[in-house]
Design a protein around this ligand. Sequence first.
Ligand SMILES: [Zn+2]
Ligand SMILES: [Zn+2]
Length: 133
Amino acid sequence: MIETITNVLGESKTVTRRYEDGSFDCPFCHNAVITPGTECVNPWCEANRYMPIPHLLARREKEEAERKDKEQRERNHQWAMERRQQEIETENEIRREAIDRGKREGLCLDCMFKSPYRITFVKHRKLCPKKVA
Ligand SMILES: [Zn+2]
Ligand SMILES: [Zn+2]
């Protein structure tokens, strides 16, 4: 019974999936190795004895580069999310401070956030035009 499969680089993996007739799945590519065959014949598999080593090394390098690229994108995304969260917290803090100041100084809280871009500090002599309208 075949216990392990070795690839062209001499690295071995244990066979984990077997069938009743003695066939098993190649642990490298998951293709079935049909009994009485004992080695993987998938032309793309690194355990195929005809797989050229430089080809396999180039493929691994490419996969590694893609993995790093993906990681980098995920990190950037994470970073952008954290930054946005921080911005929201900062905005909330600024709003809280503005409201505190407004209450202390008797400013109009209805007019304070009428513009989405800046905080308006205004004190009406009469009623607030927003409230009248
Ligand atoms: Zn294989
Ligand atoms: Zn007002």
